[in-house]
Design a binder for this molecule. Sequence first.
Ligand SMILES: *Cc1c(COP(=O)(O)O)cnc(C)c1O
Length: 402
Amino acid sequence: MTCRVEVAMGNNMAWIEEALRELREKNLYTTIRTVASPQGPWLEVDGRQVLNFCSNNYLGLASDARLVRAAQEACERFGVGPAAVRTIAGTLALHLELETSLARFKEVEATLLFQSGFCANLGTIPALVGAGDAIFSDELNHASIIDGCRLSRAEIIRYPHNDPAGLRSLLEEHRAHYRRALLITDGVFSMDGDIAPLPELVALAEEFDCMTMVDDAHGEGVLGRDGRGIVHHFGLQGKVDVEVGTLSKAFGVVGGYVAGKALIIEWLRQRARPFLFSSAMTPADTAACLAAVSILEENDALVSKLWKNTYYFKDQMQLLGFDLGQSVTPITPLMLKDEMLTQRFSQRLFEEGIFATAIAYPTVPLGKARIRFMLSAVHEREHMDEALTIIARVGRELEVIR
Ligand SMILES: *Cc1c(COP(=O)(O)O)cnc(C)c1O
């Protein structure tokens, strides 16, 4: 009896070994590197010092002393864990303070915290649409949007990337067949660094009676006045129904939130499942985020440094002859197209002390592989110059540039 069970278990798991072997054979196996230093311009990765062009730490807040102190003080006052979900005993005064301060920063009526941006999408989309409704979703939207859409059971209609004309014809064809509709897009697309044509999308949503939702994970702390995000960038305050944000990129900590009309936020408090069934953000994270928002409200020093670095690095890369695709943000893809070349380029950069990730299928389509350089306010001119020298050398070595 025991023996038979063991044999069955062995067979049960064999498919995983097979699937893993296949990933390795196709060069699609993700190797996870280990960081042993705080986030900054340099990182200690797998035992070596490398220049960091990988992190989403746009403003350098992940290791900012003011955030660290705020987190320490919150631990001492409130302990380490929330000990409950928000709706039972997990709502701290600190959470409400952060929600108020984010609402002021984003200039919206209200916000609601989630444990991550991923959770914010999973919670929000199914609360807004369900069976019998439709979602019009950009074909390159983030995985957490895709999963949120699937969980909702609404019909998902993917429109061509950043293409209002393509969206219009899909709206004309399908909108009338559904009860409610939600138009949803990333603000900044994380693999290409391009941004959604929000004014055109909002106009279409009004014309075809759709709710609008923007995921601004890579826009906050980056776009708009003092980093208020893509809605401010386009001057569309009050015109987008729901914004999803993350506290783990420019804000430097971890967590997510939804920003919008008070009515929607009230509804999410009743219906968003990760809010109802998963524990609250920790006191330390919440306090660190509060410190991050005040730093952004104080002045735009970090946001302007981020953009100064972005313009410098991208200009130099273009002068060297590299193809940076459609990017208009600090996300800087070096388009190499070929998967093997991209792996090789990234590996050579790492050997030379530059940490920048290779991004290939299935994260981007086959034949669209690239290396993604992330700029940050932590970079100084000397860091970028050192990196540019090495990138140029490797580029010549691999015959990408001459
Ligand atoms: C990173 C990202 C998320 C996830 O945010 P987390 O807070 O890390 O869970 C969601 N949406 C988009 C567009 C992102 O880039």
